[in-house]
Design a protein around this ligand. Structure first.
Ligand code: DAK
Length: 257
């Protein structure tokens, strides 16, 4: 399918999606979300791809969901329609996704970034959940994910005031994994993604799944889940290969088996 709102590339073992509605600061309309879902599903089913990067433009990763599209929506239409569906699918991606964020990362843009597994930010990145200024609150997981990233105190501050946070503050409070110089953003994100993709895909997927369980389970349940998946790894060829390669002092050749 030809995409209108995103640019999709494959570079080595990494899938790259560039959000591409510059005229609207990459506001996330329904068409864009549908295209993003399709691209992520394609990458998910492509055995040659081990990791995805989602990026935007220098001025904006994404300035939120498309307010112009949302403005006239009614309750029943939204309830009966597919308003929520596409966003949920993104959070269910099983292979790792890295967000490379420059400029405005607001509202649904920040919610999208928080659905990714690693957020790498340019020094120019600005984060906010400004929904409150529009007479709504975050609706794509923001009220739930932000406190898990940065704690209740700061999440309340951001959600109730709608204020913007710069990249340094975002790194300090654990919203982003790394802050890099603007000119290095995509290279750093692609290098991190290539590194992830060089490992055994099923093992990487299990590691992602297990870390995500930490958000949802008690420590004891999570540790039991970890133990079960950890032990299952000893049934894979890649575990044998990884450890034999270490002993033989050579590079492992993971086959995703
Ligand atoms: N939606 C639509 N258009 C937008 C937009 C947005 N979120 N953000 C910017 N634009 C458009 C502007 O309208 C403008 O278009 P024209 O007027 O040229 O036609 C163009 O992008 C350039 O923007 P500005 O002229 O405003 O640029 P500035 O540099 O002056 O300001 C800004 C940049 C980012 C500070 C400003 O554009 C701004 O405040 N934008 C809105 C930010 C915002 O409020 N974002 C939160 C939106 S609410 C859900 C899923 C998601 C959501 C909810 C539910 N479900 C699954 C149920 C999410 C909700 C939201 O994100």
């Amino acid at each position: 399918m030809a995409f209108q709102n995103i640019i999709v590339e494959i570079r080595g073992q990494v899938g790259l999606v560039t959000l591409n509605r510059p005229q609207a600061l990459n506001a996330l309309n329904e068409a864009l979300i549908a295209e993003l879902n399709e691209a992520l599903s394609d990458f998910e089913s492509n055995p040659g791809i081990g990791c995805t990067v989602i990026t935007g433009a220098e001025k904006a990763f994404a300035a939120g969901a498309d307010v112009k599209e949302m403005a006239q929506k009614g309750y029943v239409e939204s309830y009966l329609g597919k308003f929520l569906d596409g966003w949920t699918r993104i959070a269910e991606t099983r292979k790792p996704v890295i967000a490379a964020v420059s400029g405005f990362c607001l509202g649904g843009g920040l919610e999208l970034a928080m659905m990714c597994d690693i957020v790498i930010a340019s020094e120019t990145a600005r984060f906010a959940l400004p929904e409150i200024t529009l007479g709504i609150m975050p609706g794509a997981g923001g009220t739930q994910r932000l406190p898990r990233f940065i704690g209740k105190a700061k999440a309340m501050d951001l959600i109730l005031t709608g204020r913007m946070m710069d990249a340094a503050e975002a790194e300090r409070c654990g919203l982003v994994a790394r802050v890099v110089r603007p000119e290095n953003l995509l290279d750093e994100a692609m290098a991190a993604a290539a590194k992830v993709a060089s490992f055994s895909t099923p093992i990487v997927m299990m590691a992602k799944e297990t870390v995500n369980r930490a958000q949802e389970m008690s420590l004891a349940e999570g540790a039991r889940f970890e133990r079960r998946l950890f032990l299952s790894m000893f049934a894979t060829e890649d575990q044998k290969e990884g450890m034999q390669a270490f002993v033989a002092k050579r590079k492992p050749d993971f086959r995703n088996r």
